[in-house]
Design a protein around this ligand. Structure first.
Ligand code: TEU
Ligand code: CA
Length: 556
């Protein structure tokens, strides 16, 4: 594997709308991000991925872009963006933007022109089909519910949107569209961006000709996945995009790739891959159901372990995964991956260490470093997330009571990750001096950055130690490039692995409240990290406390 500038880095995702509001309008903004760069630098972050802050009607919180060359005024100005890139550079940090090119907004000029003249140039930027009374061009269900087809305003045509109806899919088969995308990417890279996160990228290739698949629910529709499984040839687009843009700049790219086949991994993230890295969503998608969120199976500690190990062995040393426990589309990792009732300081730190020490590039999502948790909701009216609102209806239709459906939403809503960042115990968690666009999690009085920075035993301080360890010259080579070998894989509620490079590290977490014994497989030379003050050891046998995690350097 060729070594790259970003391999030894630590990345951090910012959801701009909820990070820090500098002007009291209740919406986080770019000047707010600039003012917190030192916070991130101090934590040890090198790469910052910004969820979209381009001009957008915010129908899907910015993942619906109406001008790829503009910053939405709610987030700031282009000067602010330039300043952010420059301020980051001063601190040896890199900014990634979100590349959302499966679709744009229905308020983008391309779409408006397509409505005016569907047979013209811009009609071919989208997937348009003649409208037929009583039938749809295909029976696909959009990710956010309902058909993927809607009427193209002012015409007798319909357009395709695999996400929300305000997110029309772009036609990647059209070379003119692709040129526009490359031009935009290069324009941003010329500004000095470090690279991009590639949104929903697997959706850009459709199986042609578009056709129906077997319905998988009573609505007579089928999941877009059915089509994606059949779509071949995405490599042509991805390879072309890499050659025309990222490669020339040695930019870092991380793909939002779901359901890749093992044989595709070298193409995606090998030395000559389309992307630098891609997210490991093995844990994220575990337990998902075709029927909807209401039918999802909760993930157990043993499932979590197996998902991580499966992803690690699938990739091996072909490339670099990007490891996460949460992002802006998911519940909070500590609420999701720690058994109910057990979410506490120790278990949060354990999850952090188990995730952070995996081979790959660690991504921290804003607030994760504080152990931020899911937000309680008392009514569906409080929910902003368009995906969650749809899933609520799906659950009701399946026969769940409103109370049961609300429980499902509370567990999985994307709002969980989108509540404002908890900076302090000031009103609104110090996020804004105005009214926050989304309710702050009421637990901010006990979970916030200001308190945790001062507290050597906080989740924040633990993350800081994990990051420092990844950068420690004595261990860096092993943590970044060493292999990963599972240990005691069959042990219930125990997750343990070796990282083997120029030294041997043992990472072991007792993934339960009850104590658990392990027999050390050799001599421990050094305790690098421990989320408890002590280690209960007797002649090589350690009795791990509940949710204790240890990172040990072993004598080889
Ligand atoms: O998500 C892509 C994606 O596959 C989502 O459907 C995801 O499974 C879903 O959000 C879970 O509810 C990306 C972005 O991360 C997401 O925020 C956007 O809404 C979506 O693309 C459309 O741009
Ligand atoms: Ca603001």
């Amino acid at each position: 594997m060729n070594r790259k500038w970003w391999h030894d880095k630590v990345a951090y995702q910012i959801y701009p709308k909820s990070f820090y509001d500098s002007n009291g309008d209740g919406i986080g903004d770019i000047p707010g991000i600039i003012s917190k760069l030192d916070y991130l630098k101090d934590l040890g972050v090198d790469i910052i991925w910004l969820s979209p802050c381009y001009q957008s009607p915010l129908a899907d919180q910015g993942y619906d872009i109406s001008d790829y060359y503009k910053i939405d005024p709610r987030f700031g100005t282009m000067e602010d963006m330039d300043q952010l890139i420059a301020e980051a550079k001063k601190r040896n940090m890199y900014i990634l933007m979100d590349l959302v090119v499966n679709h744009c907004s229905d308020e983008h000029e391309w779409f408006r022109r397509a409505c005016e003249d569907p047979e013209g140039k811009y009609g071919n930027f989208f997937y348009l089909r003649d409208k037929k009374e009583g039938s749809l061009p295909t029976n696909w269900r959009s990710y956010f519910g309902g058909s993927v087809w809607d009427d193209l305003p002012g015409t007798n045509k319909q357009y395709l949107h695999v996400f929300h109806k305000k997110q029309p899919d772009l036609n990647w088969e059209n070379p003119e569209l692709r040129e526009e995308v490359y031009k935009n990417i290069n324009w941003w890279l010329d500004k000095g961006l470090g690279g991009f996160r590639l949104d929903a990228i697997i959706n850009i290739k459709k199986a042609l000709p578009l056709h129906d698949y077997a319905p998988d629910r009573e609505d007579g529709l089928c999941s877009v996945q059915a089509m994606l499984k059949e779509a071949a040839g995405i490599g042509k687009f991805l390879g072309e995009m890499r050659d025309r843009t990222f490669q020339k700049y040695d930019a870092f790219t991380v793909g939002e790739v779901f359901n890749e086949k093992p044989e595709e991994i070298p193409d995606f993230i090998g030395d000559e891959g389309y992307f630098s890295s891609m997210f490991d969503f093995n844990e994220t998608i575990f337990g998902g159901s075709e029927k909807g969120w209401y039918d999802a199976t909760p993930i157990t500690p043993d499932d979590y372990k197996e998902c991580c190990f499966a992803a690690q062995s699938k990739v091996g040393d072909i490339g670099f995964l990007s490891n996460i426990i949460e992002n802006h589309d998911e519940p909070r990792g500590v609420s999701h991956y720690i058994p109910e009732g057990d979410c506490c300081l120790e278990s949060k730190k354990m999850l952090a260490a188990l995730n952070f020490m995996l081979r790959g590039l660690p991504f921290i999502y804003q607030g994760q470093e504080l152990g931020m948790e899911n937000v309680p909701i008392s009514s569906i009216d409080e929910v902003d997330d368009i995906s969650a609102r749809d899933e609520y209806q799906v659950a009701l239709k399946a026969g769940l009571s409103p109370e049961q459906a609300l429980k499902v939403i509370a567990r999985l809503s994307r709002d969980n990750a989108r509540t404002p960042m908890q900076w302090s115990d000031d009103p609104n968690a110090g996020f804004t001096s105005g009214t926050p666009w989304l309710k702050v999690n009421p637990n901010y009085t006990s979970i916030n950055a200001a308190m945790q920075i001062e507290d050597a035993d906080s989740v924040y301080s633990f993350y800081k130690k994990l990051i420092a360890l990844r950068k420690d010259p004595d261990y860096k080579e092993t943590i970044v490039y060493g292999g990963l070998e599972p240990l005691w894989r069959d042990r219930h509620n125990l997750m343990a692995y070796y990282r083997k490079g120029d030294c041997t590290l043992l990472v072991v977490g007792n993934y339960q409240r009850k104590e658990q014994e392990i027999k050390l497989p050799g001599i421990c030379r050094n305790v690098l990290l421990n989320n408890y003050k002590d280690i209960a050891e007797d002649k090589g046998t350690i009795t791990l406390h509940g949710y204790q995690v240890l990172i040990l350097e072993m004598a080889i």
